[in-house]
Design a protein around this ligand. Sequence first.
Ligand code: CA
Length: 507
Amino acid sequence: MAPLYIRIHARDNVGIVVNAEGVTPGAEFASGLRAAEAIPQSHKIALQDLEPGEPILRYGTPIGFANRAIRAGSWVREEFMRMPEAPGLENLPLSTAVPPDLPPLTGVTFQGYRNPHGTVGTRNILGITTTVQCVAPTVDYAVARIRAELLPRFPNVDDVVAITHTYGCGVAIDAPGAAIPIRTIRNISHNPNIGGAPLVVSLGCEKLQPARLFSSDFPVLDESGVIRLQDQHGFAGTVTAILYAAEKKLAELNLRRRETCPASDLVVGMQCGGSDGFSGVTCNPAVGEATDLLVRAGATAMFSEVTEVRDAAHLITARAATPEIAQDFIREMRWYDEYLAQGRADRSANTTPGNKRGGLANIVEKAMGSVAKSGTTALRGVASHGERVTTKGLVFAATPASDFICGTLQLAASMNMHVFTTGEGSPYGLALVPVIKVSSRTALKEKWPDLIDLDAGVIATGESTIQQTGAALFQMILDVASGRKKTWAEQWKLHNALAMFNPGPVT
Ligand code: CA
């Protein structure tokens, strides 16, 4: 392959090297530019001479300022630039550039499981909620028995999943921060992929008493569904009680059938993990395209990861459908700024060694690539950490960028499909929702053919376009949601543990 770089925006003064093996010193590009040194794939090359103090432009936006003279053709690395400040939250534009609605896509459907309270599942799962970590090993033991002894008799049920976590006791349960893990556990227990009310297993003496999980939103969950270990006769008696209750539930769930549902019943969570310099060129824009298609079809498309949108706050608030929605977004940014400041950190703590190896110099460059997942439509709603999302269209659900915590909070937000982009590679998966993994580079798909569901690297090489790959992802979402197709993470049962976000104190 001839030496090739991608310039993302016409104003950019750096390009991204596309060649899998990188480029060698003296390599000549079609533009006549010569590489001054060896530059690895997905890293940046200076397209012109840059003076000290000059902005380094990618996505048409300064991702840094040169702290030395940089010659055209040089490898532009993190240590060559000073990072810009995050945009202030005081004078952001509020709904000043609301995009007009895109033409609707009518008649798009999938096959789903209708729930009594209006949501629709893409899987038919028996959920077992727990109120405290003390009961988790007992529940895990019972779940293994249910899978082996009961589930084969109920072929219309996809799985039985224990909602275990480290929360529930040894915490300041009435502190303001506790509201987040409590509502997270409550809302995950009612994720659309859990058919009917979940079983609840409690210890008895814990801080998180089962009643805290009941809600007038979900009248189906009450005291009758609770098994308290401290009321049971020994380990064997407890396991028998759980198996007995599970068998009754499984018989009910087994009667459910998929029905034709409008695409508006989809709640698709978008996330990235292990990003590289290509993520913002290939997979994230392709996800953005799929996001636009979902919005046009009436679905909810959700993006998250506060520290990865913080540097694009001014772009998001301008896109908010109303000033109130923009203010909701700013409220979440401010809360997270303060949360990080308490730990003497800021959003720059986000980038990982893998991100940097993959060519991302800093959080500004990462964020500008990350927000591409949100597509181009107006922002219709904002949810705080662990809150349910009920708005259709593009919504922001506040979460940390940590893959497992983000996935956990998106499940609480009522995600029933998940899309995960990766450049460096992650085998990430969740038990409660199908996860479609999209690679930023073809080399990753070739290395991990049995983990990556869709390769967006073909966009960089010109074999496909953002539009074509985005449309392929949209179709894959419908196929997986309908149960016609399984993701690799489902095939191998790769289930990362739930990870609660607990900003409150432990005792
Ligand atoms: Ca992430």
